[in-house]
Design a protein around this ligand. Structure first.
Ligand code: ADP
Length: 487
């Protein structure tokens, strides 16, 4: 670690944040955070207990009414100040993300821009919450439809986008007038803790946002989810954990938003512009070292262009620079941990055992960091695990098809439905794909789709709810209908 990195880490508050105060865990314990590119311990963070979690909810519940009654313009102004402050501190936040998560610094900077857009977007949405007023059909009364904040909300976030996954939940909640308890991922809590200080700097009142990092996610979360004061659970992470959380949330009939796993098809038709498709594929696959729920998981390429597509991709992949995310020009950082490397290696060996060919990469690198080479496998056969499971690593797997119906069948052949990518120059075909592919989002000749102004979310087992866009704030509002008789 260099001096700048040490100085930045020294600036990060590593305690819990409850009711506007930084505090140690009630157990006095801490847990370690490591840099995945060196396996070096970079911080010790207070390890919240279940008791601390309930205290955080106490704090959120205590100020819920006051925060809901705070004028929308005041809430909006705070979010706008958060946006300005994050912009000023963008380089520090990016470096911190690279240190705790491993992504290349240029990508971390991109995430700060993207993640911060939620603060700006929802500062704008905060003052546009509106309702409806009309006469009932009988003419005997008036129907008033208004929007009320849902209430105290609990957020569980993942490690792969340490800033954006946090702002995407906190900003709409604050805009709507909800108070928050957040449990950041144990692998990357530092960005959330740093961001929390910026919320305070922007003037956020005590108790509105409470932060409880922990190494015991399940035991901290269960009592919060079971508490009758909680109204909303929003989670981003694996489908497996999401299912468990939905079951827990059922007891209290909580509102839930679930951004779960994906298994995105990337379909390249014979009429695609291959330059565009190759550029899009590199982004859709290798952004975040492949560790994104939106990552293209299955490349489904028309048999007439598959070889050329694979050759062009391979040429690009072989030039990719692997290394610590802070190094100039690095495109492939470490995977988050050794399990992630083992998973990528297993999926590749299963695919090759079933007949696929490795045309680039395919090796893990020696430690101490957890690196896996960017890899391309072609001729992936039906039944291979890599077509079924989320890879979450830099492995690009290519299968082929011959007809449009077959492409649609293959693309939809998964329990997931987050995003699909389609490359075609045929306008009518593009429209048919919008209608036929069972995903919540689609990139039509686009390899990156995330945007704060658009509703992000999936269908099928990829989740429920939408984050961002005009829809995003409605996850934190409930509709209230009032009848006012004429006399
Ligand atoms: P990943 O495989 O990407 O780590 P997970 O779904 O395991 O995704 O984790 C996402 C988030 O969910 C993390 O913050 C993690 O601590 C949390 N988490 C994992 N298991 C549970 C659980 N049983 N209850 C509550 N939170 C959990």
């Amino acid at each position: 670690m260099n001096e700048r990195e040490k100085a930045l880490l020294a600036e990060v508050e590593t305690r819990l944040f409850i009711s506007g105060e930084w505090a140690d865990s009630s157990s006095g314990r801490t847990f370690e955070v490591r840099d995945p590119s060196t396996n070096e311990v970079i911080a010790h963070v207070a390890d919240a207990t279940a008791e601390d979690g309930v205290k955080a909810l106490d704090a959120a519940a205590a100020v819920q009414e006051e925060w809901a009654a705070t004028p929308p313009r005041v809430r909006s102004d705070i979010l706008r100040r958060v946006f300005d402050i994050v912009r000023e501190r963008a380089d520090d936040i990016a470096l911190l993300m690279t240190l705790e998560m491993g992504k290349p610094l240029a990508e971390a900077k991109g995430e700060v821009t993207y993640g911060n857009e939620f603060n700006r977007w929802f500062s704008e949405e905060a003052v546009r919450i509106s309702g409806r007023y009309g006469a009932n059909p009988e003419g005997t009364g008036r129907i008033i439809v208004s929007q009320r904040p849902v209430g105290p909300s609990f957020f569980i976030t993942p490690w792969n986008f340490p800033l954006a996954m946090v702002t995407r939940k906190i900003a709409p909640a604050l805009a709507a007038g909800c108070t928050v308890v957040i449990k950041p991922a144990e692998l990357t809590p530092l960005t959330t803790l740093f961001f929390t200080r910026l919320l305070v700097e922007a003037g956020l009142p005590a108790g509105v946002v409470n932060v409880v990092p922990t190494s015991a996610a399940a035991s901290l979360s269960a009592p919060i989810i079971a508490d009758p004061r909680l109204r909303k659970l929003s989670f981003t992470g694996s489908t497996e954990v999401g299912r468990k959380l939905i079951a827990q949330a059922a007891d209290g009939v909580l509102r839930v938003s679930m951004e779960l796993g994906g298994n995105a098809p990337f379909v390249v038709f014979e009429d695609a512009d291959l330059d565009k498709a190759v550029t899009g594929a590199m982004l859709a696959k290798f952004r975040n070292i492949g560790q994104a729920c939106t990552a293209a998981n299955r490349f489904i390429v028309h048999e007439s262009v598959a070889e050329e597509f694979a050759n062009r991709i391979t040429e690009r992949v072989q030039k990719m620079k692997i290394g610590r995310g802070t190094e100039e020009g690095v495109e492939i950082g470490p995977l988050i941990d050794a399990d992630a490397v083992a998973k990528a290696a297993e999926l590749v060996s299963d695919a090759t055992e079933r007949g696929a060919t490795i045309v680039a990469g395919g090796e893990k690198l020696d430690g101490p960091g957890t690196f896996y080479q960017p890899t391309v496998v072609t001729g992936v056969r039906p039944g291979s695990a890599i077509l079924r499971e989320e890879i979450f690593g830099p492995v690009l797997a290519i299968a082929t098809f011959s007809t449009e119906d077959e492409a649609v069948r293959l693309a939809n052949d998964t329990e997931y439905g987050l995003v699909s990518y389609v490359y075609t120059e045929d306008l009518q075909r593009g429209h048919r794909m919008i209608e036929r592919l069972e995903t919540g989002m689609m990139g039509l000749n686009a390899g990156v789709i995330s945007n704060a102004a658009a509703p992000f979310g999936g269908v099928k087992q990829s989740g429920v709810g939408r984050e961002g866009g005009a829809e995003g704030i409605h996850e934190y509002l409930s509709t209230k209908y009032t009848l006012v008789p004429n006399a």
